[in-house]
Design a protein around this ligand. Structure first.
Ligand code: AVJ
Length: 325
């Protein structure tokens, strides 16, 4: 993660800054100039975007968060027995650290390492958490683990367990996901493991509704990216000229989110422009869905074996623990 993106993601709508020479801006412009335009899902999460994502998690249609929480609630004792106590728990995309905090009473990690792109808020959460769990060493880190990363020396080398809930792995293309899993495997040593949440393939109607909800919260979440991009590169996207599209692509086993031009539109930014024809889209996110077998096989390829999966009664979501092998 470059410093510029850190600044941009922290900045809110009332404080626009245009930086023409930054890497993030260059990435956005390159994406907009592609024949099939795309923008990275990381731009969904400015201040409003993060609030909208929290709202999504409350929607009846958006089952993943709730279903995963159910699985943890029900099987945490079993998971803890499997994983063992005294771990170095490394939380990727920790946010408010709430998911990991629920594991502490049974998992008893020795060290907790929450990692997030923006550690600003995370540090406050960690402070409060430290008061509740004084015996766990807490080491928050601010880094973008979607690019190259290395764990600093403060992170204990023993029993590193990567915690990657929420089916965030689904944002990566499968080949990228494998690279990422291999990075974790390389960083976790011989006695480590991974505890990962995975959204499962299910009936089309359920998948589509989860990403195109009746209230239009997901639509707002997707469209808000245009405002975020306007602030980063100084573009003039008119949100009203675009509409939210989300659908399951069964061939690639992924939900795709797009923004589609309602009419012919011209988008300008300092030093460039793009003409979009009516119906032309910008691809903003993929959310891959797996089977337990497929993810287990993936983990195996990355060097994690002895996988154990826990699922809900409907088999909508799975939490998998696999050991470094
Ligand atoms: C945070 C990537 C897991 O893919 O379900 C929710 C993001 N996008 N609704 C997902 C998201 C639209 C979410 N992840």
């Amino acid at each position: 993660m470059s410093d510029t993106l850190k600044q941009h993601t922290k900045r809110d709508a009332s404080n626009p800054i245009i930086d023409l020479s930054n890497q993030v801006g260059a990435e956005i412009k390159a994406g907009l100039q592609k024949e099939n335009a795309n923008l990275s899902p990381k731009f969904l999460y400015d201040t409003l975007g993060s609030v909208l994502f929290e709202a999504i998690c409350e929607l009846p249609e958006y089952y993943p968060t709730r279903t995963e929480a159910e699985i943890f609630l029900r099987y945490l004792p079993e998971m803890a027995r499997r994983i063992g106590t005294g771990a170095t728990l490394i939380d990727l995309g920790a946010g408010n650290c709430a998911k990991a905090a629920k594991l502490f009473p049974l998992l008893h990690p020795e060290q907790y390492v929450p990692i997030d792109i923006s550690a600003e808020h995370m540090r406050d959460y960690v402070k409060r958490l430290q008061e509740r769990f004084p015996h766990i060493e807490m080491t928050p880190l601010e880094l973008d683990f979607s690019v190259q990363w290395q764990l600093p020396e403060e992170v204990r080398a023993s029993k590193r367990v990567f915690f990657y809930p929420g089916s965030s792995i689904g944002n990566f293309d499968p080949d990228q996901a494998l690279v990422f899993l291999r990075q974790m495997r390389a960083a976790c040593g011989e006695d480590g493991g991974i505890l990962i949440g995975v959204d499962l393939i299910k009936e089309l109607g359920l998948l589509n509704a989860a990403y195109d909800d009746a209230l239009g919260v997901t639509a707002a979440f997707n469209l808000n990216m245009l405002r975020h991009v306007n602030r980063i590169i100084g573009a003039d996207f008119d949100v009203r000229a675009w509409s939210h599209k989300a659908f399951f692509n069964p061939t690639l086993s992924r939900i795709e989110m797009h923004l589609e031009a309602r009419t012919d539109v011209i988008v300008r930014w300092p030093g460039g422009m793009r003409h979009f024809k009516q119906g032309e889209g910008i691809h903003t996110e993929n959310s891959y869905k797996y089977s337990v077998e497929k993810m287990t096989q993936f983990l195996k390829t990355a060097g994690f074996g002895n996988a154990r999966a826990w699922s809900d009664e409907k088999n909508w979501f799975a939490v998998i623990y696999a050991e470094a092998v």
